[in-house]
Design a protein around this ligand. Sequence first.
Ligand SMILES: Nc1ncnc2c1ncn2[C@@H]1O[C@H](COP(=O)(O)OP(=O)(O)O)[C@@H](O)[C@H]1O
Ligand SMILES: O=P(O)(O)OC[C@H]1O[C@](O)(COP(=O)(O)O)[C@@H](O)[C@@H]1O
Length: 321
Amino acid sequence: MTMQLTNLKVVTVTLNPALDLTGHLQILTKGTVNQVQHCALEPAGKGVNVAKVLAELGAEVTATGFLGVENQTPFCQLFERSNIKDKFIRVQGATRINVKLVESSSQVSDINFPGVSVTAAAIVEFETMLANLSIDHDVFVIAGSLPIGVTPEQCAKWISQLQKAGKKVFFDSSNAALSAGIAVQPWLIKPNDEELAQWTKDTKHAKGESMAGKSLVEIAQQLASTGISNVVVSLGADGVMWLNHEGWLQAKPPQMAIVSTVGAGDTLVAGMCWGQLNNWNKKQTLGFATALSALAVTQVGVGVEDINEVITMSERITIGE
Ligand SMILES: Nc1ncnc2c1ncn2[C@@H]1O[C@H](COP(=O)(O)OP(=O)(O)O)[C@@H](O)[C@H]1O
Ligand SMILES: O=P(O)(O)OC[C@H]1O[C@](O)(COP(=O)(O)O)[C@@H](O)[C@@H]1O
C-alpha cells in the first residue's frame, strides 16, 4: 500500500457485478466434456475489480451498484477485507457467475451471463445513493455491462448528471452502453481495440456515415473531437494508447508470462484513476497504469501483490509519442 497524495475521493459503480469462476484446462474443445485442472471463484465485475485495486494501492474507495442478495457473502467479505465502503443496492436474486476458461496456451474464453433483474424501485434507490455520494466524492468510475432493467440511456443520464456536478467520470463499458455513454462525453473512456471497432460499426449505422477503413488512431481522434477529454485504448500485449489535450502517448509493456488476462483492463482503469488521485503527470500515470495491468496478467483475478514489483515494472515500460 502507498499514500495517496491528494484527498480526492473515489466511487466505483458496478451496475452488473459478477462472481468470476476461472477454470484452467489444457485445451478447450467445444461440444465435448472438458476437465478443469484447477479453479477459483472470486467476487468481481469491472467496478468491483477497480475498487479492489484502488483500495490495495491506498485509496479510500466506496463501491456501489446492484448486488443480488442470494450470493452476496463473497462480495461482503471482499469489501470488509479490502476496506471498501459498501454502498451497493441489494436486489432480489443472485449475482451472475461469469465463467472464464483459461487454456495452457493462455487463450481465455469468457462466458459472461446477463445478471440480475433490477426493478424500478431499486433504480430509484440507486439514484438517491448516487446523488448522496456525489456530495462529497470527486471521481466516479462507472464500469461494466448493464443488468436487466437498466437501459443505456439511464446509464448515460447518470454519467451526464455526475459530469454536470463537476465530477470526473471514468467510463468503461461495451456495446450499446458504450455508445450511449460516449454520446454524453465522460471525462475518460477506456475501450479495448475490439470495443472501439464495435462502436465504429454502431455509429456508422446510427449516423449514416462510414467509419470503415479508419485506423484506431483516427477513431480515437474522432472521439476526442466530440469532447471526451481522455481516450485510452487498450491493446492487450501491445500496451496502451492515450489521447488527451497534450496529444498522444503510447506505452508498451515487456513480454509477460501470462496466467490469465481477465481483469487486466480493469487494472489499467484503476491505474489511470490512481494517477488522477495523485495528480501525477501523463507519463507517470501511463507508465504506472501499464505496469500495473501488465503484472495483472501474471495472476488470477486482480490485486496488487507487491507495490515494489509495480514500481520496478514501470521502469520497463516503453513510453513514446
Ligand atoms: N499479454 C499481455 N502482456 C502484457 N500486458 C498486457 C497483456 N494483456 C493485457 N495487458 C495489459 O493490460 C491492459 C488491458 O488489457 P486489454 O486486454 O487490452 O483490456 P481488456 O481486458 O479491457 O480487453 C493492456 O493495455 C496492457 O497494458
Ligand atoms: O460487465 P461485463 O462487461 O459483462 O464484464 C464483466 C467481466 O469483466 C471483468 O470485470 C474482467 O474485465 P477485464 O478483463 O476487461 O478487465 C470480469 O471480472 C467480469 O466477469
